[in-house]
Ligand binder design. Structure first.
Ligand code: MN
Length: 602
């Protein structure tokens, strides 16, 4: 029997999301599209929540424009996206009219295949997007978020797949976002799914624990139809099995992919060079890490968590946070760890560790989760924790979006003339703060991508502009001598300064915020340390989202007085004592540090 295995390559989405914090720019994708289009992939994964977010937040690219350019450059290959069901690409449930509008626009702009998942595997949250994909005449792929727990049995996964099949999906994906699958478990699950359903089965498995290619082989032997891979120069580790490796492994067997290995190798060399450009985003956890088999933290989450911990000077607490994550997960009824539940569980674990006491601070997202507002938990949640978090408030048991009124018209009104198209409205809908900022900057003509650090080697390229005579240094680092020129220190808007740094002739623009101005502007670092019982402070560095009280207000102990944001999660900060607000030292948007007095109550 011969059965050709088809391939989805993740190089333009999940590979750089897993290894380079999702920072690859369109300019590095387009030059290789001609070759990618000739490979004969079943599809190329190109779009998802994190790619959209990174475009708008860091790269200052219009993600819709990227999609249209890729579509034009890849006319012969299906383009695929990852969609978070009723959450679309954002972090909350959207009303059904927004879901339908988003899917329709994604289809028009170039998406052919929608891989649709719900973080809780609550199929009620998939229904509307599946309907919308079918209405657009596109391929709907129903997704099982793979995880292990006492409630995640093979029978439970097969039941879920059958419900998705009844909803009209065209294929089933096993999404192993954390690299939790083991080869024999994969074989068993694939065989059970193929036995129960006439649909194609695709395996998406991260190689974090070093076993993903074995899982794919076992999947193939048990009837899987397709595998997700990544071009080898951006494969392995928290990414996927290398495309060339899998093509070579299956060549000349009944499962031959038929793909041109030499052509893929050329593409591999191209991305080898591209990866260097983004070296500053390389995760410190790129090798084989079997801890995932214990803590279940997905690859993307590890690299993002590490980046965020590093920013906050707390990378040394990583192991403690990884140990706390499975405990929080059990308390919440074993949700799979994938956006947004990975952030919800990860951030709560982080608070539990940093506060030195479990659930001393409970994030707003955990409260909403415990109210049922993300969907049905796979297992039992800890009732004591639920009562502590939500008090006497109701728990909902309907599909969360059933409680939402149509909101597209309202969103359109909110963003107003800044939106030049329905796509712009949807950008704002997905990411209200950074989406609005992006559209404002576009209007003002000030969109500027984040600066990349120089590649640490070079060969005499001239510095790009800059005024004045370069200041030259010769420095010795570990016995190597480097010639360093610095040119053109100047002001670059919003108190930022910049200069050109060239090491051995390799130039790079460096933009920085002088510390004194930063501190003066935000107030961070100037506030005194909390000491009185009525001093309100936080346990995490973060930003003030809202100030809920003003001077002179009477407050009760435990009343929410501030909302802060750290690591994309919002948290209420409560009054430590009852009394009167004597002073408020923060405003919306301020950056704050742990231990500072933000509000005084006496
Ligand atoms: Mn993935």
């Amino acid at each position: 029997m011969t059965k050709k295995i088809t391939v989805t390559d993740t190089i333009l989405r999940d590979a750089h999301q897993s290894l380079l914090a999702t920072r690859m720019r369109t300019e590095d994708m387009l030059p290789i599209c001609d070759k990618l289009d000739k490979v004969g992939y079943w599809s190329l994964e190109v779009w998802g929540g994190a790619t959209f977010d990174a475009c708008v937040r860091f790269l200052k690219e219009d993600p819709w424009e990227r999609l249209r350019k890729l579509k034009a450059a890849l006319p012969n290959t299906r383009l695929q996206m990852l969609l978070r069901g009723q959450n679309l690409l954002g972090y909350r449930h959207y009303s059904d009219d927004v879901v339908r509008a988003f899917v329709a626009k994604a289809a028009v702009n170039g998406i052919d295949v929608f891989r649709i998942f719900d973080a809780m595997n609550d199929v009620r949250n998939l229904r509307v997007s599946i309907e919308a994909v079918k209405a657009a005449g596109k391929h709907a792929q129903g997704t099982i978020c793979y995880t292990t727990s006492p409630v995640h049995t093979i029978d439970a996964f097969v039941t879920q797949a059958k419900v998705m099949a009844d909803m009209g999906v065209d294929s089933i994906a096993i999404k192993d976002m954390a690299g939790l699958l083991t080869p024999y478990a994969t074989g068993e699950l694939v065989a059970a799914l193929k036995d129960a359903l006439p649909l194609e089965v695709v395996v998406h498995s991260h190689d974090t624990a070093g076993v993903a290619s074995m899982c794919q082989l076992k999947a193939i032997e048990n009837g899987a139809d397709r595998i997700d891979t990544a071009i080898s120069s951006m494969a392995w580790g928290t990414s996927h099995p290398g495309t060339e490796s899998m093509v070579a492994a299956l060549r000349g067997t009944p499962y031959d992919t038929g793909l041109d290995l030499e052509l893929i190798q050329e593409i591999g060399l191209y991305f080898y060079a591209v990866r260097k450009k983004y070296h500053q985003f390389e995760s410190e956890f790129t090798g084989v890490d079997t801890r995932v088999q214990v803590n279940q933290v997905p690859g993307g989450m590890i690299s993002n968590l590490a980046n965020q911990l590093k920013e906050q000077g707390a990378l040394n607490r990583m192991d403690e946070v990884l140990a706390e994550i499975p405990k929080v997960r059990a308390d919440l009824g074993y949700p799979p760890l994938v956006t947004p539940t990975s952030q919800i569980v990860g951030t709560q674990a982080f608070f539990n560790v940093l506060a030195g006491e479990r659930y001393k601070t409970i994030t707003n997202e955990v409260k909403l989760y415990l109210q049922g507002r993300y969907g049905r938990a796979p297992g039992q949640v800890d009732e004591k924790l639920r009562r502590q978090a939500i008090g006497s408030e109701d728990v909902i048991d309907v599909r969360p979006a059933d409680l939402l009124k149509p909101e597209l018209a309202k969103l359109r009104g909110e963003i107003g003339a800044l939106a030049k198209s329905e796509e712009d409205v949807l950008t704002y809908a997905m990411f209200p703060d950074i989406g609005r900022k992006f559209l404002e900057e576009r209007e003002a003509g000030t969109l500027t991508p984040e600066t990349l650090l120089p590649i640490p080697s070079g060969n005499g390229v001239a510095a790009p502009g800059g005024e004045g005579v370069p200041t030259e240094f010769v420095i010795d680092v570990h016995g190597e001598t480097y010639r360093v020129d610095i040119t053109g220190v100047g002001i670059k808007g919003e108190g930022k300064r910049h200069f050109y740094l060239s090491i051995d002739g390799m130039p790079e623009e460096v933009v920085f915020e002088p510390l004194n101005e930063f501190v003066g502007g935000s107030g961070a670092g100037k506030r005194k340390q909390a000491s009185a019982p009525g001093d309100v402070s936080t346990t995490m560095p973060g930003n003030i989202v809202d100030v809920l009280v003003k001077e002179g207000d009477a407050v009760k102990a435990g009343q929410a007085v501030l909302i802060t944001e750290a690591m994309k999660m919002e948290t209420e900060v409560q009054a430590p004592i009852a009394g009167t607000v004597k002073a408020v030292h923060v405003a919306k948007g301020d950056r704050v540090n742990p231990g500072e007095v933000l509000i005084e109550i006496a």
